[in-house]
Design a protein around this ligand. Structure first.
Ligand SMILES: Cc1cc2nc3c(=O)[nH]c(=O)nc-3n(C[C@H](O)[C@H](O)[C@H](O)COP(=O)(O)OP(=O)(O)OC[C@H]3O[C@@H](n4cnc5c(N)ncnc54)[C@H](O)[C@@H]3O)c2cc1C
Length: 276
């Protein structure tokens, strides 16, 4: 099957892109790398009358430091991050995650902003950026607003994006040198979307921690009070409460015991990496 016909616009500047988005009287779709939108168009799961292709906008490929944070343009590709073409403020977390996304052909075109805009619960950036405390910059002709990734993702394929708005950048705080990060996912075969994933961030110097359980068909489970899992951050691994993790998954709608078992095992692996 091929996509239904649509009008295609490829603006040369942000202001033209914003004008096109503001002007849309019907449904309009943004296209970045096309790695998720392309298949959806071809399967006719979406049939937008108009598409705005933002891949050529230089403003969305820029990366800059803002104090201790890194601001990554929405159209930076997974391959840009994997290959180290952008600075890293996460001690290797970013390139490691990028390397594990799909296949190289997908990573060459797929973008970090498109991954968040698509909001697949199993997307690696959704879980990772939530764990790292990142926020998204959303821009429309009316102005700009910032939202934490955890607020931006509102469900499976659902975001807080308003009509006329696009993700223009991701703001990523620097990890402290003492920070520890653990990540694990389970895929049926390499290159496929995961059916369980978890990210764990521990910052001993500030006594902060965050656990994120992703790939659960809804918003990720985010646990900031990791003492819930028993004891001090550094004792995570020994005191990890599998029953509590199981209950949280159940509450989030994961009713299949086998699926919960896989999620809990993946979480245990991420915790073991962050708190060896
Ligand atoms: C075979 C295959 C395997 C994959 N495996 C994985 C995987 O293991 N892990 C993983 O994380 N991902 C995986 N992906 C998805 C891939 O990472 C895509 O790159 C990503 O989901 C979408 O990025 P894109 O730039 O291609 O967006 P597009 O496909 O162009 O757009 C996707 C959606 O996001 C919206 N959008 C795009 N950019 C913006 C923006 N700046 N602002 C607002 N909305 C926007 C579009 O309107 C559309 O609805 C896989 C894809 C394929 C084809």
């Amino acid at each position: 099957m091929k996509a239904a016909s649509f009008a295609y616009g490829r603006p040369n500047s942000m202001s033209d892109a914003l004008a096109l988005l503001a002007d849309a009287d019907g449904e309009i779709r943004i296209m970045a790398g096309g790695q998720s939108l392309g298949p959806m168009l071809n399967l006719r799961l979406v049939q937008p009358p108009r598409i705005v292709d933002i891949a050529g906008l230089a403003e969305l490929r820029s990366v800059e430091r803002d104090g201790e944070a890194l601001v990554i343009g929405a159209c930076v590709t997974h391959a840009d991050i994997e290959d180290g073409r952008i600075p890293d403020v996460t001690q290797g977390v970013l390139p490691r995650i990028a390397r594990g996304i799909a296949y190289r052909a997908v990573r060459n075109r797929g973008t970090i902003g498109g991954s968040l805009g698509h909001a697949d619960p199993a997307a690696d950036w959704v879980t990772t950026l939530a764990a790292l405390g990142a926020s998204v910059q959303l821009t429309s002709s009316a102005g700009r607003r910032d939202l934490a990734v955890t607020e931006f993702i509102q469900g499976a394929l659902q975001t807080a994006l308003r009509p006329g708005e696009l993700v223009t950048a991701i703001r990523l705080p620097s990890l402290s040198p003492a920070a520890r990060f653990g990540y694990a996912k389970a895929c049926r075969k390499p290159g496929e979307f995961a059916h369980a994933m978890a990210a764990v961030l521990i910052e001993p110097d500030t006594a902060r921690s965050r656990i994120v359980i992703g790939a659960i068909d809804t918003t990720p489970i985010v646990i900031d009070d990791s003492s819930l899992f028993g004891g001090a951050i550094t004792e995570f691994r020994q005191s990890f409460d599998r029953d509590l993790a199981d209950r949280l998954l159940m509450q989030a709608g994961v009713t299949d015991p086998a699926a919960r078992h896989i999620h809990v095992s993946v979480l245990a692996r991420a915790i073991a990496e962050a708190a060896p």
